[in-house]
Design a binder for this molecule. Structure first.
Ligand code: IMP
Length: 430
């Protein structure tokens, strides 16, 4: 299979970094297709730790083309800093190996200010965002007032675009008690950063079409997770982009027929950062233990993640919505040593049983999980590389998950090391 999309099937932080890195070795091109530097992917390659936010994971491996697609929102100053920091680790980044779609919207400083101002109002509007201006930049994209990469090439266009955006933003800022944006300073800042960004600008849809024709393997690297999807997530406690697999097509300009395999990344339990409903959340010792054993702190914000039991109802739903072909089950080893494990198989709401998460936020907040309980295992699964290395009870847990979510396991990851992976189906194999 030539082209693979990797998506998170829960609330993000499923361990995509390791899997994407593992797959990127087999790919020729690695593309980001949504989100921005709200994402945080930690990669460990030959002992070196790379923390990526906006750059596709392929950049740390030589000989790959990395692509930022139009579905992403890009903070150009952040990107310049991130490029400098990975360059300082010895990674080569050139206009030949990093392309940015010309129609990519830019995150500007006032987007971050607006994001944080809204969050800090401490009102009902709080979402628990990363404060990086992601939502406001997407709002401007659909509001037809965003500045895109291609606009940086022409001074007059750039000024017109800034003016168009400021009509809206200065009115908004005044309502929030913020000073108007300094127009001249912003234009100057954009002029300064323009050459560094334009050096990588390209018609990505065309590059990908030609690459596909030439038989290149493309890996589409999702950020966040399906339950943070703007349409299908736990709205309004979501991110501002479509994060499900269909977005790989619109977020890069390749037809949906080009996608051969969708790999859903699924953590063996559940976590979430920020506000919003979380039916299987634990507030007891078990939850604490999952957080400690799983090192559940956000890569981008350092916030402690909320932890809970595996929710098969949610994952069945997200696998269906993303058309997941197979899952990569991660962080199995965090469950080692539990006496028993619970899996959520459905919900109860007002005396009725549901086999999916209802859409209304109010109902999502009130569902109570229906659990089945399985015995845990006392042996260590850390570092297992074949089924034979796993305790019988751990295999039963995986098999039960497959049944409940109606999707096969393609990979099981048993430690942050890339070799500690049980391979069932290679998403790139023909
Ligand atoms: P935003 O994407 O910064 O607007 O944040 C919206 C919601 O998405 C918040 O609950 C964030 O915590 C969550 N979020 C954004 N990016 C990530 C991620 O990469 N992993 C997990 N949660 C994320």
């Amino acid at each position: 299979m030539a082209n693979v999309v990797v998506v998170g099937a829960q609330w993000g932080d499923e361990g995509k970094g390791k899997i994407v890195d593992w797959l990127s070795e087999r790919a020729d091109i690695v593309c980001r297709f949504q989100g921005g530097h709200n994402a945080g992917h930690t990669l460990v390659v030959e002992g070196e730790v790379y923390k990526l936010h906006a750059l596709p994971s392929g950049v740390v491996r030589g000989g790959k083309l990395s692509v930022i697609g139009n579905g992403v929102v890009l903070d150009p100053w952040h990107l310049v800093d991130e490029i400098a920091s990975v360059r300082a680790q010895g990674v080569e980044i050139t206009p030949e190996n990093l392309l940015i779609a010309e129609n990519t919207p830019l995150i500007l400083p006032f987007h971050g200010e607006l994001d944080r101002a809204r969050e800090n109002q401490n009102s009902v509007a709080k979402i628990g965002t990363t404060g990086r201006g992601i939502g406001p930049a997407y709002e401007d994209k659909v509001g037809r007032r965003v500045i895109r990469v291609a606009d940086l090439a022409d001074d007059a266009t750039l000024e017109r675009r800034v003016d168009r955006a400021l009509v809206h933003h200065n009115a908004l800022r005044s309502g929030l008690g913020l000073d108007p944006v300094d127009r001249e300073a912003l234009i100057e800042k954009l002029r300064e950063v323009a050459p560094a960004i334009l050096a990588h600008a390209a018609p990505v849809w065309k590059v990908l079409t030609e690459a596909r024709r030439a038989g290149r393997r493309i890996l589409f690297e999702g950020a966040q997770g399906a339950l943070l999807d703007i349409d299908f997530g736990t709205y309004p406690f979501v991110t501002s982009s479509n994060v499900i697999a269909g977005q790989a097509a619109t977020g890069t300009g390749i037809g949906p027929g080009a996608i051969d395999f969708v790999l859903g990344i699924v953590k063996a339990y559940t976590t979430r950062v920020g506000e919003g409903p979380f039916p299987t959340e634990l507030f007891d010792e078990d939850g604490k233990r999952l957080g400690e054993r799983g090192h559940e702190f956000g890569t981008t914000t350092g916030r402690q993640r909320r932890c809970g039991w595996f929710d098969a109802t949610l994952v069945r739903q997200t696998c269906a919505i993303s058309g997941v072909s197979g899952i990569a089950l991660t962080k199995m080893d965090v469950l080692d040593g539990f006496e028993e494990l619970k899996i959520c198989t459905g919900y109860e709401l007002d005396g009725e049983e549901l086999d999916y998460l209802p859409t209304a936020a109010e109902a999502q907040a009130r569902v109570t999980p229906i659990y089945e309980t399985m015995p845990g295992w006392q042996e260590s699964t850390a570092g297992a590389r074949s089924w034979a290395d796993l305790p019988a009870q751990a295999i039963k847990y995986v098999r039960r998950i497959e049944e409940l979510i109606r999707c096969p396991v393609a990979l099981v990851s048993t430690s942050p090391e890339r070799e500690d992976t049980i391979l069932v189906t290679d998403p790139f194999s023909d």
